[in-house]
Design a protein around this ligand. Structure first.
Ligand code: UDP
Ligand code: MG
Length: 318
């Protein structure tokens, strides 16, 4: 029977912690009863340097339910993506399969069973995908959806409308732990791992208590980090723009010469206008070229694994 670890990053979540713990324990109990997961499956709360009583509450829950509730205390606040990574990598050595979910229960805990079913059908990653965003404000909905589209335009593969509610098998987390980059954008990294994946769909709910820990500034930082950690397209854009301007300089040259020979120009205008367009183009192309090399350095320093082997068919040794 597979041992499940539910990883929950928590930052100042004292209002929701006990509610979340109770709801998730019920889910675990139910799955154990249905013999879908091992009896010693557990919830792993990751305290991301909370300033309130979150950690005390985790300790209390652990005392009451020593097997089912466990905790990791990070030394300081490192942000959602790092806290989640810490939780996943810690849980990997204690379990066979992990599910990550936010503490506020905005993601529907009732689809966890379906995730486990899909895991048993042979999927290594199961993404939780929001059907609709009825409960989000208009602003959040529009910015979030614009973000997914922008990512796609930049050539970054992400699962549309999937946040960080997902199931990962032990070997998927193992593969993920090989990605040593520090600028984490988990949603972009998971599709790089490979393996068979599937999605489950759910309606995003309201936060059960407390307020969002993701203000606009953090959301923008996440979006910018997502693009700048995954795509060198902006650099290519500069190069292309440079060539376009060089081409325009040819048109400008023709126009300038025609005007010059028709004798309708102020002295000095022709050479000035030609230099502006031509030099502008040359400069942009040069910056773009330098950028291409920086882009390569950026990809190299990530030292991402180049591949991830799923199976090898070989003659068995005696
Ligand atoms: N979180 C965290 N560290 C932070 C900020 C947030 O671990 O620095 C956790 C938070 O406790 C929650 C999850 O990340 O479990 C998502 O945060 P929230 O629900 O506030 O984001 P929203 O749903 O509003 O985008
Ligand atoms: Mg939330």
């Amino acid at each position: 029977m597979d041992k499940l670890a539910i990883v929950v990053p928590c930052y100042n979540e004292e209002e929701v912690l006990e509610i979340a713990s109770k709801a998730l324990r019920e889910v675990l109990d139910n799955l154990v009863k249905k013999q879908k997961i091992a009896e010693d499956s557990f919830i792993l709360f990751v305290n991301d340097g909370s300033k309130d009583k979150t950690w005390e509450l985790i300790e209390k829950e652990h005392k009451e339910h020593p097997v089912t509730v466990r905790g990791v205390k990070l030394a300081g606040n490192v942000g959602h993506q790092f806290a989640l990574t810490a939780g996943l990598i810690t849980a990997k050595d204690m379990s066979d399969v992990t599910i990550s979910i936010d503490a506020d229960l905005q993601d529907d805990v009732n689809v966890i069973e379906e995730m486990i079913d899909k895991f048993h059908q042979g999927n290594d990653i199961v993404y939780g995908v929001r059907k609709e965003r009825k409960t989000d404000t208009f602003f959040k909905r529009v910015t979030a959806q614009g973000f997914y589209k922008l990512m796609a335009m930049m050539g970054v593969k992400t699962v549309y409308n999937h946040a960080d509610f997902r199931l990962m098998s032990k070997r998927a987390v193992e593969a993920f732990s090989q990605y040593k980059e520090t600028n984490l954008f988990l949603r972009g990294m998971m599709p790089l791992i490979g393996y068979q994946t599937d999605c489950v769909y759910y309606d995003r709910l309201e936060r059960v208590a407390g307020t969002s820990k993701y203000p606009l500034s953090k959301m923008l930082a996440l979006a910018f980090n997502g693009i700048s950690s995954f795509s060198v397209k902006p650099i290519t854009f500069v190069t292309v723009l440079g060539f376009v301007i060089l081409f325009c300089s040819i048109l400008a040259a023709i126009y300038a010469f025609v005007s010059y020979f028709c004798g309708t120009v102020v002295p000095g205008w022709t050479s000035l206008i030609l230099s502006i367009w031509f030099l502008g183009g040359v400069q942009l192309v040069s910056i773009g070229l330098v950028g291409q090399y920086i882009g390569k350095i950026y990809i190299e320093v990530k030292q991402r694994p180049r591949y991830n082997i799923e199976k090898v068919l070989d003659v068995e040794e005696e």
